[in-house]
Structures are given as C-alpha cells and as structure tokens.
Design a protein around this ligand. Structure first.
Ligand SMILES: [Cu+2]
Length: 101
C-alpha cells in the first residue's frame, strides 16, 4: 500500500476543501477524497465554467487520475519550483493550486 504524502489536499462532494497547498521541491501531495463523490483530476484549471487543460513546464503529469470516493492517491513529486494547477474534469470550478518552493 502506498504511503500517503504528508501534505494533503482534501476533496469534498464537488470542490477542493483545500484549494491551495504549499510544498518543497521534491515533495508529493496526497489528494484525499473525503466523500463518496467521484473525481477525475488532471493538469489545468477551470476558468468559470470552461475547462482549460494545460501542463506547466516541470509539472508532474496528472492525466485523468480517478477517485471512486473515500480514497487517496499521491501526486508528484513536484521537482520544479513554481505554481501548478490541477482541476477536476467533472466539477466546474474545482481547482487546486500547488505552490512549490
Ligand atoms: Cu470532482
């Protein structure tokens, strides 16, 4: 079983509970689905109700990472300093910002 990363970004029914997390280079984050909701996480962001998929230089690739409810998966490591966006492809406005220093 995978060890959960120490920095958590919790997800509720249709949004991130933790919308911003900060980590150091080389660390990963744990996305934690706290409810029975499905989430599908990729690189990019919502601008209003429009999905904007993109991947920043140096970002770990997150391609339709599926959460079935009440589960947890690590994303990373983030090996480049900067600001990185993740979003849930099925919940408009469900955005996460990861700041790496
Ligand atoms: Cu979602």
């Amino acid at each position: 079983m995978q060890v959960q990363a120490s920095t958590k970004a919790r997800m509720g029914t249709s949004d991130f509970i933790d919308k911003e997390v900060a980590i150091k280079k080389g660390e990963s984050i744990a996305l934690v689905d706290t409810t029975s909701s499905t989430h599908i996480i990729s690189n990019g962001t919502w601008q209003g109700n429009t999905a904007k998929p993109f991947i920043e230089s140096g970002a770990p690739v997150v391609n339709n990472l599926n959460f079935a409810g009440n589960d947890s998966k690590n994303v990373g490591p983030f090996n480049t300093a900067g600001t990185f966006q993740l979003y849930c492809t099925i919940h408009p406005g469900m955005n996460l910002t990861v700041t790496v220093t």
